[in-house]
Design a protein around this ligand. Sequence first.
Ligand code: CMC
Length: 431
Amino acid sequence: MAESNRTASFTLDGKSHELPVLSPTEGPDVVDIRKLYSNADVFTYDPGFTSTAACESAITFIDGDEGVLLHRGYPIGQLAEKSHYLEVCYLLLYGELPSADKLETFETTVTRHTMIHEQMHNFFRGFRRDAHPMATMVGVVGAMSAFYHDSTDINDSWQREVASFRLIAKMPTIAAMAYKYSIGQPFIYPRNDLDYAANFLNMCFSVPSERYDVDPILARAMDRIFTLHADHEQNASTSTVRLASSSGANPFACIAAGIACLWGPAHGGANQACLEMLRQIGTVDRIPEFIARAKDKDDPFRLMGFGHRVYKNFDPRATVMKQSADEVLELLGIEDNPTLQVAKELEKQALADPYFAEKKLFPNVDFYSGIILEAMGFPTSMFTPIFALSRTVGWISQWKEQLSDPALKIGRPRQLYTGAAQRDYVDVENR
Ligand code: CMC
């Protein structure tokens, strides 16, 4: 972070105040208001953090107007095409692309941590038999701090490293187990001869009684979904992880908090909500009715999978995901699936509608990821767990970065208080 040669000044009650301006590597300058309260006795007001940088970060950069997403400087399109998920994990965690040796060591280490403690199987069995996999994941990941005491000391760099590996390696196992549990099938142990994505598909779709071979094209599509969701700057769940971690909470508790936040339909829950909406629309002829509802101010209905807080031009992840969706649908020969037909037609009609153009509402990554996951055979309840497992590396990278930031303070937003002014207690008989 560099001091810029600009300063911001403002006048309050006739007194002028100067604020330093900081320059990022990319993106708009940032007005440093850290001393604002002590110098001017005022707070700033910014619900939803639309104009507030809450931290310094060197991991991911987004330019929402231009549709740019960079991880450590590398465009997401290049990473999705030429790299793969575990290499992107290394990049996010350590800042540089690995050499071949380093990548091999990293992949071996992740692979060796894929099993969960056997006793955790009992913990799973405590959930109601048809629990939503996200509910199970929030609980099980939080409970990892009870099973892996030896990697909860955040002041020990080795323990931080081990916790990172454990989370990245075990999250697919946990997500697949949460799924198997919800459908009453036996848990499938990880297979370390398969790559990260193929192993996940195997744990989700194989059963002990039948042979299951993972299709390499589907494994590649799965890996791409993981890659496209790996990190996304200071979104709601990442900010939740950072806020939880700012108090010194252990990594498993912080990631469980991130998973809980991700579940909401405005965030990671949008992929499930989107597919459910497509099914609710049902047939192509009903699309205009739903578009009209989305435009109606008095109707809370929104087109799920459309719009984004930051991307106001296009979502670069959606561009890659759309291409992947076409490949998977062609491979599986299910281009005429009714839900998918509704999706394609909805996309066409919404993009041609001036309401969506004026408000800069485009299909986001979740619109297409839901279509691919549906085609692969995942039920909608697994969409958000898959997002959570993909995003774990982003949460971990941001968590590690925050812990090594000398400017780290416990997160403590202020407020614009609009409640009752101070008043005296009234005895009950006088009320
Ligand atoms: N359908 C219809 N109208 C919409 C939609 C939508 N999907 N999204 C935004 N609008 C309208 C909204 O009503 C508002 O209109 P007006 O200015 O007349 O009040 C305007 O567009 C701006 O909306 P906003 O809610 O102020 O924008 P935001 O930046 O706070 O919200 C969003 C972003 C993603 C929460 C929102 O677009 C949304 O709810 N989309 C549907 C849910 C979804 O797909 N979420 C996944 C996001 S991508 C994955 C992730 O990062 O988690």
